[in-house]
Ligand binder design. Structure first.
Ligand SMILES: [Zn+2]
Length: 348
């Protein structure tokens, strides 16, 4: 288990969900309960090391990185907290219809600029968010280092999560895409073909988008059907299979609400089979456990035993594996769910 204490520092304080300010579920206590449960289960703890953030442009645009690194200080300088805006939150989005084909300019007003990069109202930024965002990337890259030097499987306790972040935008409580960063870092460590298997309850839209035109990284996601009314609503459908050189290297497996272990595990097996057919030489698991039966954020009803068996199925690929933490929001069971998945990975 690779940890970075700064992953606690991000305090979004709230999310604005359908117009309502709620406390939000992506809280620092998530990493506390996962880390303490995994320690109790006997997992080694490896501190993340520091990395040069300039490398992050291999996955994300320099613009969004600079935005994330500076927006809080600029928000304060603009006086927004004094006006009652205690967190950075967008209010206006440059949709395709608004622009009508015209060039998208960068707005002069910071409160308008936020909507260029942030695509929803749930993904707020506070005073120490950047410290946690970059710490999560360091944890992911440290896990890659372990695997590149011969450790068969490494788990990064990344928070905030990442799989909803695209190359140049953030949302869905994600800012930079830790799973994509792990995949790219594996590529640069000599693994020629990398598969990302995303078992978070929600579609890994950011990871899909980042690699959509690439033939060297296969992306697959098992998630609740966006067509049934679930986030991210606009993407995650079965007919999204990649584009140009990446055609055929994306597989979406949307599932009906209430699917439960058997249906979910069949989809995880399909994802694993597809990664094998692709000829993957290394694996990234986007390990969200919010498909669990008690989780408030999805209706997929997977059990802890289901997560253990998913770990088994993915371990059977026999690939060097980096698992990065994505969602999972039911604090009383969160640690045990992650522990079950990692148990399956270790013994499968
Ligand atoms: Zn999720």
């Amino acid at each position: 288990m690779v940890v970075d204490p700064h992953c606690h520092d991000h305090d979004p304080e709230a999310e604005i969900w359908v117009g309502v300010r709620t406390p939000g579920t992506e809280v620092a206590e998530r990493v506390t309960v996962i880390e303490s449960t995994l320690r109790d289960l006997g997992h080694d703890v490896v501190p993340a090391r520091e990395f040069d953030d300039a490398w992050l442009t291999h996955v994300h645009s320099a613009e969004v990185i600079d935005h994330l690194a500076t927006v809080w200080d600029r928000w304060v300088a603009a006086g927004s907290p004094d006006l009652g805006a205690q967190r950075v939150v967008p209010y206006l989005f440059p949709s395709a219809e608004l622009l009508h084909g015209l060039r998208r300019r960068l707005p002069t007003a910071l409160h308008a600029e936020v909507g260029v990069y942030c695509y929803d109202t749930m993904t707020l930024i506070g005073p120490a968010s950047w410290r946690a965002i970059r710490a999560a990337t360091h944890a992911a890259r440290s896990a890659v280092d372990l695997v590149a030097s011969g450790t068969p499987t490494a788990y990064a306790l990344t928070r905030p999560p990442g799989h909803h972040a695209t190359r140049s935008s953030y949302g869905g409580s994600c800012y930079l895409n830790n799973a994509a960063i792990a995949a790219q870092a594996l590529r640069e460590n000599g693994f020629t073909r990398v598969a990302v298997i995303d078992i978070d309850a929600h579609h890994g839209n950011g990871t899909q988008a980042i690699f959509y035109e690439r033939s060297d990284v296969f992306t697959t996601s098992v998630h609740v059907d966006p067509g049934a009314g679930w986030f991210p609503h606009y993407v995650g459908f079965a007919d999204e299979t990649g584009r140009d050189a990446g055609l055929g290297t994306n597989l979406n497996l949307p599932l009906a609400p209430g699917s439960g272990d058997q249906t979910w595990l069949s989809a995880v097996q399909r994802a694993a089979d597809a990664a094998s057919t692709f000829g993957a030489t290394a694996l990234v698991i986007a390990l969200g456990v919010d498909a669990a039966v008690d989780d408030p954020e999805s209706p997929l009803e997977v059990t802890a035993d289901g997560y253990r068996r998913a770990g088994d199925a993915l371990a059977a690929l026999g690939l060097p594996t980096v698992a990065v933490q994505e969602g999972g929001y039911h604090l009383p069971t969160l640690g045990r769910l992650v522990g079950s998945a990692l148990e399956g990975l270790a013994t499968g």
